[in-house]
Each structure stands twice: as structure tokens, then as C-alpha cells.
Design a protein around this ligand. Structure first.
Ligand code: UDP
Ligand code: MG
Length: 308
């Protein structure tokens, strides 16, 4: 198999026909030996029925139907686990990522690059909040991690089989593929594109999922939050020490102590707040350790037309 294209699908009924048509055209232009691997991530609409029909009429279409919604990163992981291509492209199903760009990515691969990611030169149709938070997040990641996660890129990319094999060796339960691929190294480059608006349907990434995803990325690739907690602890302890000295002086030498309601209230609140934040940050890491120790399967497949 020369080329596999992996497409995670969550409620994308309306976009599937156009997507299939455009992807087939692009893939055929690269090699006659290709496969389209759709992962139905617990869609609530009739996406699965559409995929099954497609697979019946097109022998190059494969689907993996999850037993429920496991999330976008897990869906892509399942695709990587089951695809057979020497070159693998990952693309969203909502046509925000133009399929035709895969041709350009493939050219770069032919020039010798192992990872060709698509950088969003512009994002159309996404609201101000999403653009700003995404932009801040990527810049924060660059600051607090030691790996070079490319700014303004998603998972739309083309990777060599080498990289797929590396990813399969990474056992983490909380996947952050764009970070893992950056971590892998090898020869990486980018192509630029304008991210279109979603043509059909609605985003499957509401704020809650975005925050969880961001925390997965941070905890998997940085210890900075933990260092920060320690630094906060040291700073607060220093201040506390000075206040203790002052309190002793006021009591034993100056022999005049105040009623002190405000100062006690303020310091208790302050230290209480810092403690809760610290425990919360440590909790983020502990919960992820917990998940990895339990080590459940990442996903369950209900049915598929892939031959194992
Ligand atoms: N997706 C998925 N599972 C989910 C949410 C999304 O497989 O739980 C798929 C979705 O069908 C799409 C891709 O992941 O192909 C990106 O999701 P979406 O377009 O909703 O995210 P956005 O572009 O708004 O960040
Ligand atoms: Mg989208």
C-alpha cells in the first residue's frame, strides 16, 4: 500500500460525499494504490450508514466503527494502528482542511521529508475567541516545552511510515499527536494553507474538549506547572517568614499587638488559594498517571470492514 488517508468522523453526514470524491481524486493522482480509512467516532447522525454504503461501492474505502465517542485524537490513533500505507495523511472530515493540499505535501515527502504538516496561514469563519485562545495556546506551548511544536498547526499532515511506527511505540493514554510527532524529530517541514470555514455541521470541539486537549498537551510535554507550584511555595514561604519575624518583634519587643482581623483573613485566604491551585495542578498529573496505570484499551471497535 502506497498511501493511506485517515479521516476521523464525528457527525459529518453532510460532508462525507464531497469529502470522498475530493479525497479519491487527490489520492488517485498520487498512486493507484491507496486506501481511505474512516473512523466513525460514535457519531450521533447517520455518518456510519453513509460510510458503510461508500465501502460497498468503493473497495478503497474502509471504516472503523467505535463502540462510542472516544475523541478525535483516539480516532486518529486507531487509524494509524490499522492503516497500511508507506505514506499516511491525516485530515479532518469537515473540509476545513483542503484535500488538494495533500498533493503538495506529497511533493515535499518526495523531496525527502518525513513529516509535512499544514500550517494555517489564515483561519476563516472561526470565532474570535477560538482564534485567540488557539494562538495563545500554541505560543504558550513553545515557551513551556522543550520540544518544538510548530505554531498554528493541527493534525492535518502527511507522515512517513517511520513516524507511524514511532507513534505506535508511544503508550500514553492521553494522546497529543502533534506534540508526539514533534518529539519524534526526523526531517520535518510545512506547507501553508488558508483554513476554510466548516462547510456543513457544527464543531465537535466545544470549549470543554478544547481545555482537556490543551491540558493533555501541557501535562504530557512539560513539567513547568509543577516547577511553578514549587516557586510559588518558596515565594509565599519567604513572605511568611518576614511576617513571622515582624509578628515576633511586635509581640516580644514592641509589646503592642493589633487585633489584626484583616491581616489574618487576607493571609489565610491567600495561602488557602495557593494551596488549592497547587493541589489542582498536581492532581492534573496524578489523574493522568492513574489513567496510564489502569491502562485500559484506548478504544473499542464495534465493527469494521478492515481485514485483520
Ligand atoms: N472529531 C472526532 N471525534 C470528536 C470530535 C471531532 O472524530 O469527538 C473529528 C471531526 O469529525 C473532524 C475532526 O475530528 O473530522 C476535527 O473536529 P472539528 O472539526 O469538530 O474541530 P475544529 O475544526 O472545530 O477544531
Ligand atoms: Mg473542523
Amino acid at each position: 500500500m502506497r498511501l493511506s488517508i485517515i479521516i476521523p468522523v464525528y457527525n459529518e453526514y453532510d460532508s462525507i460525499p464531497e469529502l470522498h470524491q475530493r479525497l479519491s481524486k487527490v489520492a488517485a493522482a498520487i498512486s493507484a494504490d491507496y486506501e481511505l480509512v474512516f473512523i466513525n467516532d460514535g457519531s450521533k447522525d447517520a455518518s456510519l450508514e453513509r460510510l458503510i454504503l461508500l465501502a460497498q461501492s468503493d473497495a478503497r474505502v474502509f471504516y472503523i466503527n467505535f463502540s462510542r465517542n472516544f475523541g478525535h485524537q483516539i480516532a486518529v490513533t486507531a487509524g494509524l494502528d490499522h492503516c497500511g500505507g508507506e505514506v499516511v495523511a491525516i485530515i479532518d472530515a469537515d473540509l476545513q482542511d483542503p484535500p488538494e493540499l495533500i498533493l503538495e505535501m506529497y511533493k515535499k515527502h518526495q523531496e525527502g521529508f518525513d513529516v509535512v504538516y499544514a500550517r494555517r496561514a489564515k483561519r476563516k469563519g472561526e470565532n474570535f475567541f477560538k482564534k485567540v485562545t488557539a494562538s495563545l495556546f500554541y505560543r504558550l506551548m513553545v515557551k513551556i516545552t522543550s520540544i518544538n511544536i510548530p505554531i498554528d498547526t493541527g493534525d492535518f499532515r502527511l507522515i512517513d511510515r517511520k513516524i507511524v511506527d514511532c507513534l505506535k511505540q508511544m503508550p500514553e493514554q492521553n494522546k497529543f499527536l502533534r506534540g508526539q510527532i514533534a518529539w519524534a524529530g526526523f526531517k520535518q517541514t510545512s506547507v501553508e494553507f488558508v483554513r476554510e470555514e466548516r462547510k456543513y455541521g457544527a464543531t465537535g470541539y466545544p470549549l470543554k474538549k478544547m481545555i482537556r486537549f490543551a491540558l493533555d498537551g501541557i501535562t504530557a510535554f512539560s513539567d513547568r506547572p509543577l516547577t511553578l507550584v514549587t516557586q510559588m511555595g518558596i515565594a509565599v514561604s519567604l513572605i511568611a517568614f518576614i511576617i513571622i519575624l515582624y509578628a515576633m518583634y511586635a509581640y516580644f519587643i514592641y509589646e503592642k499587638t493589633m487585633p489584626g482581623w484583616t491581616s489574618i483573613l487576607v493571609s489565610t485566604m491567600f495561602i488557602g488559594g495557593i494551596q488549592l491551585i497547587s493541589i489542582g495542578i498536581i492532581g492534573l498529573y496524578v489523574s493522568r498517571i492513574n489513567k496510564n496505570v489502569i491502562n485500559r484499551p484506548l478504544y473499542l471497535i464495534q465493527n469494521t470492514n478492515l481485514k485483520k
